[in-house]
Design a protein. Structure first.
Length: 484
């Protein structure tokens, strides 16, 4: 009864104008690491995302909870961590364990918002990935696996299977590919919202820069390949356990990639890195169209814009490609939040934040109460003062099998990681026995690229013990004192 009354009053307030309920534009970008101008990347051409950053807060130390699409998104959208919702792989939905859980967009819908999903917000295909309870209308373009939406060249279109070439640059329009279609549909949705006179929560999910690295040729032409640096190192970290380094072989299987991605030629490595940046600029242009439409429709002054990547990405660094590990490049994500009336604009925050924090943050900004069962912390105070004392660490995890590259469910061994101001610590625990199989410790002051595991170095013994304890206490022990 209480929730029904809350909904009734919310609808009345929105309808009669006692409050100007903020809208939410929720932009998800697949496989995007912080390779953006606003994050200091000297190569990236991302003027529109940089424009958004100039209007809001850029979080320099934002982390996902598990570096692969499904678990990361389910954690964010449920407001719970992977072990709580028991989602560790691509094939599991949180509703398998929590059928009645109220998701982030569902919470907005229950409070009088019209919620829509265009593109990739949840992960997967079919009815479960659409998650009907979250949306006021059926999601569209949530399944982007149609080859005709992924490629444009005659050679690739004539191919078979999902994986054809790993990169492509053809002189074609933005709307040739699924991300362009998503943008067009999102623009139409914004136009419709103008007539609806109801606050909206619009999720727009772009698939690039996910493989294959396909973008219209003009975005490739923005870059001189010689200006794109080679990977800092193509070697695996010294002293890292073997199972921590296994790829999901995501890159392998494309027609222009050797059977072992580790045998890529230097020229192919640079082609792929070029393609990644081209895809970033392509998506940036689409986001620019969304921001322009917000301005044209008069929505900008009353719309929260939240842009996030679901996890990071390796482009040959540490001898790794794609994601699916516990290292900094896979766990760290771009996160930009711009809110109406925000006191501090165009600023960066070095506070530790996590994607699981977005549920309580967006609800807080929009004046909605949330369940005490959420496992994130509202970042709203940081939007006014980005230098507040905040979390002392961020947490992520990744499972592995003892044999093979792909895990199911929780796998044989789970790597639990804590990132503190100077260090990254990973403890690999046997899922059945609970025994510690291996540990990793990386000193970011002396080893920013995480190339030397110093867990066995006696000089770091006290640091190791401290981080073992931090991991044992868990995420609640890292909260600001007043929030614990």
């Amino acid at each position: 009864m209480k929730s029904l009354l809350d909904l009734f009053f919310a609808v009345c307030i929105f309808q009669f104008g006692a409050l100007a309920a903020p809208n939410v534009l929720f932009i998800a970008i697949d496989d995007l690491r912080p390779a953006l101008g606003c994050y200091g990347d000297a190569v990236a051409i991302s003027p529109n995302i940089d424009r958004l950053a100039s209007q809001g807060t850029t979080f320099n130390r934002a982390y996902c909870q598990l570096a692969v699409c499904g678990p990361s998104r389910h954690s964010l959208l449920s407001g719970r961590r992977p072990d709580t919702i028991e989602v560790w792989d691509l094939n599991t939905h949180f509703r398998a364990t929590f059928p009645n859980l109220v998701s982030l967009p569902q919470h907005f819908k229950d409070n009088g918002y019209h919620t829509r999903s265009i593109g990739k917000i949840y992960h997967g295909n079919g009815t479960p990935s659409k998650d009907g309870p979250s949306w006021s209308e059926d999601p569209i373009f949530d399944n982007g696996r149609n080859p005709e939406w992924r490629y444009a060249s005659p050679e690739n279109l004539a191919g078979t299977g999902l994986k054809r070439a790993a990169s492509e640059g053809v002189d074609t329009s933005d709307s040739t590919f699924v991300d362009g279609m998503v943008c067009d549909a999102a623009l139409d949705a914004l136009d419709a919202f103008k007539e609806r006179k109801q606050p909206f929560f619009l999720g727009v999910g772009f698939r690039k820069p996910h493989l294959p690295f396909v973008a219209p040729k003009r975005y490739w032409n923005l870059y001189d390949r010689s200006d794109i640096s080679e990977p800092a190192s193509n070697k695996h970290p010294q002293g890292a356990p073997e199972f921590a380094l296994r790829s999901w072989n995501e890159l392998e299987g494309y027609t222009d990639i050797p059977k072992e991605a580790s045998k890529l030629s230097p020229a192919k490595v640079q082609e792929l890195r070029h393609g990644y940046y081209a895809c970033i600029s392509y998506v940036d242009a689409l986001i620019g169209r969304l921001l322009d439409r917000l301005d044209e429709l008069g929505f900008s002054e009353n719309t929260v814009v939240c842009l996030w990547g679901d996890h990071g990405f390796h482009l040959g660094e540490q001898g790794l490609w794609t994601k699916a590990n516990n290292y900094e490049l896979a766990a760290r994500v771009p996160l930009i939040v711009s809110t109406p009336g925000q006191k501090a604009k165009g600023v960066s925050s070095n506070a530790f934040v996590e994607l699981v924090d977005l549920y309580p943050t967006l609800a807080d900004v929009c004046g909605l109460r949330v369940s005490s069962e959420l496992e994130g912390l509202s970042m709203m105070p940081l939007l006014d003062d980005p230098n507040l004392f905040w979390k002392t660490a961020a947490f992520n995890q990744y499972p592995r099998m003892f044999e093979g590259v792909r895990h199911e469910r929780h796998g044989d061994v789970m790597g639990y990681s804590v990132r503190t101001d100077r260090f990254r610590f990973v403890q690999w625990k046997n899922w059945k026995s609970g025994e510690i199989e291996a540990e990793e410790l990386y000193d970011h002051r002396n080893d920013f690229d995480e190339m030397r595991n110093v867990a066995g170095n006696p000089e770091y013994f006290n640091i190791l013990v401290e981080h073992q304890q931090r991991l044992k206490v868990g995420w609640r022990g890292a909260l600001p004192i007043q929030k614990k």
